[in-house]
Design a protein around this ligand. Structure first.
Ligand code: GUN
Ligand code: ZN
Length: 438
């Protein structure tokens, strides 16, 4: 047998379902567990002592005892060209876009610069334990070429798209109806389902597209079933008012996208903080999802998304960083802030629910749960190794925690890139944190 099998020994946690629906049956936890990987795919997971008996004697063993092995985390909304925009002072959405974001995105006209930042961005995600993301490029086709080339090199499963925007932005950042369509089409043909890469049709938001451009976006979705759609919605109250002005005939913000056939199970709408009951109903009816971006929503002063309301309204949602509006690449830090937003809304976000969302939950909203998000047999072997004791403070706190839930909660709240000891992509170690703390 020439196939290479590796068994990873560690504590193992992964989800089979939503903890709010399935309770204790929602997850598997093996204190002394094993993950068996062959040719980049998961063979099985379980108790080490039981699986050991089934394995050939010469199987390679990697010993991560004392650590926690989990599926790689998934980020459903992030902008790779906004790495340098992170932590820009003083503005809410519309001024933040004009003063910081648009000038930064201008640089991605230069493919070489785009490649440099795409590589930096992917390494930063991997350091933080994120192995899949739904990613905005810029208006420049070459920005997305650069991104997919960098992702292909790492064999990461990434979804990305060229921004479509043709008004209410500087000329240097605007395309036109026809070029946005043909550029997107060429990128889809070249990259969608090429290896692990996937494409998302990406109208920036209703403010920066004419009706004719939104119609072209809808046409692309119709012509290429299986591609994604990503955009922004109801993030900021001034934004919502401007959209009503631009589209006076629309029932509400979501109705603009609805009219151009942009809703569906592979459509991801970032933010969705200020939605009406009618919009919730259309989300539910079409299987569209909201991407919850807590660090961004706090940083830009956008508002407190009520995920308990989304649960009640049966609106699908996921969790995301939204860097550079967001302030961390770490999904752990993102879950930490999500917890605080829920506190302010009078709700509790449990650690098991949080980690479900960052893995299987986000995979489900992206319709990728048959490939990633859990250790189901046959899934792609994207996984991370968590070090509960990465710093003296984390170690002290962990020593006081009794239950698994307490340990996971402290790990999330105190966690960041230091917590991620290793990141594996399709069975390959792409990030190993050195003991010097980098
Ligand atoms: N709305 C339109 N564009 C953007 C963006 O780049 N970031 C955020 N947070 N919201 C947007
Ligand atoms: Zn965004």
């Amino acid at each position: 047998n020439t196939q290479s099998t590796t068994v990873y020994r560690a504590s193992i946690l992964h989800f089979l379902d939503d903890p709010d629906k399935a309770g204790e049956d929602a997850y598997e936890f093996f204190e002394d567990g094993a993950l068996v990987v062959e040719n980049g795919k998961v063979i099985t997971t379980g108790n080490f002592s039981e699986l050991e008996k089934t394995l050939a004697e010469n199987v390679e063993q990697v010993d991560y005892r004392g650590h926690l092995l989990m599926p790689g985390m998934i980020d459903t909304h992030i902008h790779f060209p906004q790495v340098e925009v992170i932590a820009s002072y003083g503005e809410q959405l519309l001024d933040w876009l004009n003063n910081y974001t648009f000038p930064a995105e201008r640089q991605f006209e230069d493919k070489e610069y785009a490649s440099k930042i795409a590589n930096f961005f992917l390494d930063e995600l991997l350091k933080c334990g994120t192995t899949t993301a739904l990613v905005f490029g810029t208006v420049h086709k070459q920005s997305v070429e650069a991104f997919f080339e960098a992702s292909e090199k790492r064999n990461t499963r990434m979804i990305c798209g060229k921004v479509m925007m043709n008004r209410n932005a500087p000329d240097f950042l605007c395309d036109d109806v026809e070029s946005s369509y043909t550029d997107s089409r060429e990128l889809i043909e070249r990259w969608h389902a090429n290896g692990r890469q996937l494409y998302a049709v990406t109208p920036r938001f209703a403010i920066t597209s004419t009706p004719e451009q939104l119609e072209k976006a809808g046409q692309l979705l119709e012509e290429y079933p299986g591609v994604y759609m990503q955009t922004h919605i109801s993030e900021n109250k001034d934004e919502v008012a401007f959209v009503q002005e631009l589209f006076p005939q629309a029932k509400d913000y979501l109705d603009v996208y609805d009219q151009y056939k942009l809703l569906g199970e592979r459509s991801v709408f970032a933010h969705g903080i200020h939605l009406t009951p009618r919009e919730h109903q259309r989300f539910r009816e079409t299987g569209s999802s909201v991407s919850f971006c807590p660090t961004s929503n706090l940083f830009l002063g956008s508002g407190l998304l009520d995920i308990a309301e989304l649960e009640k309204e049966q609106v699908a949602y996921s969790v995301a960083t939204d860097v550079g509006g967001g302030t961390s690449f770490s999904m752990l830090q993102t879950l930490n802030e999500a917890y605080k937003v829920c506190q302010l809304r009078g709700n509790k976000l449990s650690p098991l629910k949080s980690l479900y969302l960052a893995t299987l939950g986000n995979a489900r909203t992206l319709k990728l749960d048959d490939k990633i998000g859990s250790f189901k047999a046959g899934n792609e072997a994207d996984f991370i190794v968590i070090d509960f004791n990465a710093t003296p403070l984390m170690a002290l706190k962990q020593s006081k925690c009794k239950t698994l839930a307490e340990k996971l909660f402290a790990m999330i709240v105190l966690g960041d890139d230091r917590t991620v000891k290793a990141t594996y992509v399709a069975g390959q170690a792409l990030h190993l944190r050195d003991s010097g703390g980098n």
